[in-house]
Ligand binder design. Structure first.
Ligand code: B12
Ligand code: SF4
Length: 521
């Protein structure tokens, strides 16, 4: 069998980093680890090719070569995925769709011959056999969530590694918390399942052997979901790194209670973690309580962030507007919080009720669901009726983005972060403070684009001057953040224009009974 694995294109969003990636000569942030894992699970005798349409075009000759096409994706890739499925169907090619999208969009809407819901490890052998025999079923759903020890070494040979800014390695799936809006726990469960440490080291060895020396994202839902296992991995990572003069920096995602565990933060620092994404959501405690994000309550969120930063880790934050508890002052409070937090990369989104979540079910019962959503929380099309006037919510959202991504405000946060993390050179440590090949390129391109042609070039030069005089030792990290800031500024301008030209953002309650919503329940 010739199996063609295809990853659909992402739309341009805050999360695509598209306008920053250009600066460093990359085409996408990360490779499609799900498909690389599926490829490794397919029979060894099958021939495999992978096309990630975010980094290369899908050519007719690839389709001609294939006997079967396997697609993966997130909800947000739906449009591109459906186009590819259609293109395959027009050629009479069999299609299989899996990945998170299969958990949030009803199988019938995906238009594929076969849909696989959930994780592939335990069901792929049946699927492959039945595909070969021409008897594959329309829908496959794993009976239980597999142990991660069953997950194979992802097939790295199938991707064009140099086109990505970061490589991805997964240690665990699932998160023990129970936030109302979260679909992670619906898809991957609440019991954190981890790989064996040796599996992770084998993946790192594979990346090193292939010549990779840049950042690695540990793509866990919550890296510290099982703290004991996280510590075990950190110790092994530190030891693994110490063998090499230059090594990877690690990024990951975790819950805010990381700030309560000094031992874990120190181990992460020693292991080479330089940034962590935290779901902070809102500075308003009533919103946290109402959405059951209790781990973020009864604490000073700002102090927790500063504590994590003091271990040399950049904090990236996820924020949500549109909770039922949000009052008119939430927009100012959000901006104030973000500015004081020293979080340069603050991903603010509008609440979305993802199908299958507790939030979706509650809003459905309350008659407030408009449709099954589109998977992009930075899009202003609300899929539910908010408590606050919808137009006001979208205007407030727009004002938050404009304020936090103004050049001045953004550079202030970067400076605060740099002053708190003090990334200083240590002997034999080649971490973020020095100019790597890719951030040296970012520096040159940024000077030309932001410093010469940019509209905000005076703010830019003031920032560069401060970095040059006070933070010389971390010029690489500072310039990388400067180009990311450029992406956020471009996206904010685009989104603002879209909002200004849009009509009423929320539709009438009539659409509530859409078939999609009913099926998703
Ligand atoms: C790393 C990551 C990213 C990276 C990009 C990764 C990439 N190249 O795709 C970044 C940080 C850029 C990112 C961004 C976003 N992400 Co993201 N991301 C992840 C994360 C943490 C890990 C992805 C991963 O590598 N997983 C490891 C692989 C092995 O797991 P997997 O893909 O699920 O694959 C398994 C199964 O699904 C199945 N499978 C997968 N594909 C296929 C295909 C076939 C044919 C078969 C049979 C089986 C199969 O088999 C695999 C092995 O079991 C996931 C959470 C998660 N646990 O997966 C969220 C997740 C995928 N992201 C999500 C979201 C919402 C986003 C954003 C839209 C964020 C936003 N709020 O706007 C953006 C979109 C990007 C954009 N450009 O706009 C959601 C998607 C929800 C959904 N139902 O679609 C997830 C699930 C997190 C969540 N909140 O629930 N993301
Ligand atoms: S902490 Fe994050 S991953 Fe865990 S349940 Fe809450 S939102 Fe989901």
């Amino acid at each position: 069998m010739n199996a063609l694995l295809i990853y659909p294109e992402f739309p341009e969003t805050y999360w695509s980093f598209k306008h920053a990636l250009k600066f460093v000569g990359k085409r996408a942030a990360q490779p499609p680890l799900g498909l690389m894992t599926v490829a490794a699970l397919l029979p060894a005798a099958w021939n495999k090719r992978l096309v990630d349409t975010n980094v290369e075009p899908l050519r007719d000759r690839d389709l001609k070569w294939a006997d079967v096409v396997l697609l993966s994706g997130m909800h947000i890739q739906r449009e591109s995925l459906l186009e590819i499925v259609e293109r395959c169907r027009a050629r009479g090619l069999r299609t299989v769709v899996g990945g998170p999208i299969a958990s949030s969009v009803p199988a019938a809407e995906l238009k594929a011959d076969h849909v696989v819901i959930g994780e592939a490890e335990t069901l792929i052998a049946d699927l492959a056999r039945e595909l070969e025999a021409g008897m594959a079923r329309p829908v496959y759903q794993a009976a239980e969530r597999p142990e991660m020890t069953a997950s194979p070494l992802p097939d790295l040979s199938l991707i064009k590694m140099r086109r990505y800014s970061t490589m991805a390695v997964q240690y665990s799936r699932g998160c023990p918390f129970n936030c109302e809006f979260c679909d992670i726990i619906e898809i991957y469960g609440r019991r954190p399942r981890t790989k064996a440490v040796a599996q992770v080291l084998a993946e790192l060895d594979q990346l090193r052997a292939a010549g990779w020396r840049e950042a690695v994202f540990i793509v866990d839902d919550n890296f510290i979901g099982n703290k004991a296992r996280a510590k075990e991995l950190c110790v092994a990572l530190a030891e693994w790194r110490s063998q090499y003069k230059t090594s990877f920096d690690f990024n990951t995602e975790a819950s805010l209670n990381l700030a309560d565990d000094p031992e874990l933060m120190q181990l992460m620092k020693d292991a080479g973690f330089i940034s962590v994404f935290l779901g902070i959501e809102t500075p308003d405690e009533s919103g946290l309580i109402a959405s059951n994000k209790l781990q973020n309550t009864r604490r000073s969120l700002l102090e927790s962030v500063a504590t994590i930063q003091s271990y040399g880790m950049q904090v990236m934050g996820g924020f949500i507007l549109g909770f039922d508890t949000d009052k008119e002052d939430i927009f100012d409070r959000m901006v104030d919080f973000i500015q004081k937090s020293g979080i340069p990369i603050a991903m603010v989104g509008l609440l979305q009720a993802m199908p299958g979540t507790q939030l979706f079910r509650r809003l459905w019962r309350e008659g407030r669901i408009l449709d099954s959503g589109h998977g992009d929380n930075t899009d202003v099309k609300l899929n539910f009726l908010p408590q606050m006037d919808a137009t006001r919510l979208v205007e407030g959202y727009q004002s938050v983005l404009k304020r936090i991504y103004s050049c001045e405000a953004y550079y202030e946060r970067v400076k605060l972060y740099l002053s708190r993390t003090h990334p200083r050179p240590e002997k034999g440590n080649t971490r973020q403070q020095w100019l790597t090949k890719s951030n040296a390129r970012a520096l040159v391109t940024s000077i030309v684009r932001q410093g010469v042609f940019g509209r905000q070039r005076w703010s830019y030069w003031r920032f560069v001057l401060t970095v040059g005089t006070r933070y010389r030792h971390c010029v690489g990290a500072a310039m990388t953040l400067a180009v990311m800031g450029y992406h956020f500024q471009v996206m904010t301008q685009k989104l603002s224009k879209a909002i200004d030209s849009a009509t009423q953002p929320a539709e009438s309650g009539e659409t509530m009974l859409r078939e999609t919503g009913r099926q998703a329940l």
